[in-house]
Design a protein around this ligand. Sequence first.
Ligand code: NAD
Ligand code: GDD
Length: 336
Amino acid sequence: MPPKDAKILVAGAGGFIGGHLVAKLRSLGYSDIRAVDIKPLTYWYQRSDEVDNCVLDLNRRDACFDAVDGAHTVYNLAANMGGMGFIENNKALCMLSVLINTHLLEAAKHRKLPGRFFYSSSACVYNGAKQTRTDVTALKEEDAYPADAEDGYGWEKLFSERMCRHFREDFGVVTRVARFHNVYGPHGTYAGGREKAPAAICRKVIDAQMTGKPFIEIWGDGEQTRSFMYITDCIDGIFDITNSGIEYPINLGSSELVSINQLVDIVESIASVRLDRRYNLDAPKGVRGRNSDNTLIRKELNWEPSVKLRDGMEKTYRWIWDEMHKAGNESVVNLT
Ligand code: NAD
Ligand code: GDD
């Protein structure tokens, strides 16, 4: 890890993973954190007054140069993204996030960043032909090529991780890249269109309980499969990969494969409720099956994400339940 007085830049700090990363850095004793997001401060999911909080549009080159100025280490978690409902309908917006990583890399090169540059890639880089079955073979890092990434968002991630490689090889920026598989937990998006399946299912079950509605809508036929990584595993993995010697993009995901119906079973059991399921076959579905092959991360780090889905979903459900029951639905938590 960098020295405790090193300046750490967290790009996308107002979002789900960036917010948790800042909180963890604070708890580890880092005293000089610059937290940057395009959202007004009142919309940040977590916020600490002890941190240099900046509202900047990192699509802009000048903003990236300001943000990286004096930084020792950069964590780039900033992107215009969401779950399937967002990325399927906003391909151009997703691709424009290429500007963020491009300008941050340029700034790191010009400012001669002394520490590491971390980039958050995605399992959406993987070849679609390898994700057509519910009993999918878990994806190995090499399965990103030959390239046939998720249209829009996935291609941007693949290009950006490739650019990290070439800035390292050609310009000496010490980049590290993780391919996250669907991350969930408290202090994330659970409504508004960008939410992913774990938070969306919690919200729908809680809403049914609050309103007395006897059913929930599920996108697709519910048989599609995914693995879901709890946020604490994600943060631990980010630190370990950033500080490691791993120079190629590596999976950071759980290998506990479940169908969406099994995810709903878990949420219903946490909520002690059974609801009718209405399947919307016209909704965004994404790939048929996706799982993380963790052979490489186990070999490299002697570690892999291990929080059980049921345990992580308990915490996520309770947080969303509290949020939905709060008067006025105040969603920003002050860490200090
Ligand atoms: P998030 O949407 O909660 O956070 C991203 C943040 O980036 C947001 O707060 C957003 O306002 C900010 N941002 C967007 N455009 C910006 C700009 N121009 N300038 C400054 N800030 C900007 O998403 P997250 O779940 O925290 O994801 C973090 C990173 O991890 C992203 O790169 C995402 O693509 C990647 N990722 C996430 C998942 C997941 O399941 N959450 C999976 C794969 C990859
Ligand atoms: N979002 C959402 N909301 N998905 C639902 C819902 C719902 O109410 N009901 C069922 N699903 C199904 C979707 O149709 C999809 O088949 C599956 O649940 C998972 O959807 P998401 O969680 O939205 O996305 P994803 O797993 O396909 O992709 C996510 O993970 C990638 C990394 O693994 C996205 O967040 C990507 O942006 C991310 O890169």
